[in-house]
Design a protein around this ligand. Structure first.
Ligand SMILES: [Fe+2]
Length: 246
């Protein structure tokens, strides 16, 4: 499986604080069947002002340590961009940290926010050649309810990709966030699901119960589409094909 949302680099956000924790997370992901990840550390100045250079250095260091420890996990570039003028402007200038081939990038918004010019800015980034991937869309108030779902559908139809967190699926569908995740999936709005793991302790909830629930919803076909094919497409700068039940 390919997980395009992980906080695996140490000491630069709310993920692992040192190399031991970082390697423990890598080992847990690998043991769970994850073969490739994108290291999507937060890019959220001023608290986490991560740069391409800093991230690249840590990715290279991690790759060396993984080899030494004989952990089979490929690390791809990435970053979880915080929705704010400064970060989006830098991204548009080529100073963000997109995935693999440099087209798709992960972006998150404040869960209760309805950002001004949200759609306009997303479409502007698309016109500059980028493909926005919205992180954990089940969390966002703007996508709540029927109107919210329609708003997400409009974005997906315009080529914006949406991501759901695995652990949310494991927590059941009888609450707002779980309910959203399930509806979005069944509506065919979701391109990828990810662990969003910050430590080795996060892995069982994501790749145990969460993955089990995804399989219960859509079988191996959904797992293949959402955790293998679509993530691979985003890394390669290609289009995704959201999973929808047949
Ligand atoms: Fe995250």
């Amino acid at each position: 499986m390919i997980d395009l949302h992980t906080h695996i680099l140490p000491g630069i956000d709310d993920g692992p604080q040192d190399w031991d924790q970082s390697l423990a997370l890598a080992r847990a992901l690998s043991d769970a069947g994850v073969t490739e990840v994108a290291a999507t550390s937060h890019i959220k100045p001023p608290i986490w002002p991560n740069t391409q250079e800093g991230l690249a250095g840590l990715r290279a260091e991690l790759a060396t340590k993984l080899e030494e420890e004989e952990i089979d996990l490929i690390i791809h570039p990435g970053g979880e961009h915080w929705w704010c003028g400064a970060v989006l402007d830098e991204l548009a200038q080529g100073l963000g940290q997109p995935y693999g081939q440099g087209k798709a990038f992960l972006v998150e918004i404040q869960p209760n926010d309805d950002p001004p010019l949200f759609e306009e800015r997303l479409y502007a980034l698309q016109r500059s050649g980028y493909k926005p991937v919205l992180a954990h869309v089940e969390r966002y108030r703007i996508f709540d309810g029927r109107k919210g779902r329609q708003r997400l559908r409009n974005l997906v139809e315009r080529g914006i990709a949406a991501q759901v967190n695995l652990a949310i699926l494991g927590r059941g569908f009888g609450w707002a966030r779980g309910g959203n995740a399930k509806k979005f999936l069944l509506d065919g709005l979701i391109a990828i699901v990810c662990g969003d793991c910050h430590s080795a302790q996060d892995v069982p909830a994501a790749y145990g119960k969460g993955l089990e629930q995804l399989r219960a919803l859509g079988g191996d076909y959904a797992v293949d589409r959402l955790l293998r094919r679509n993530p691979a497409s985003l890394l390669a700068g290609k289009e995704v094909d959201p999973w929808a039940p047949v």
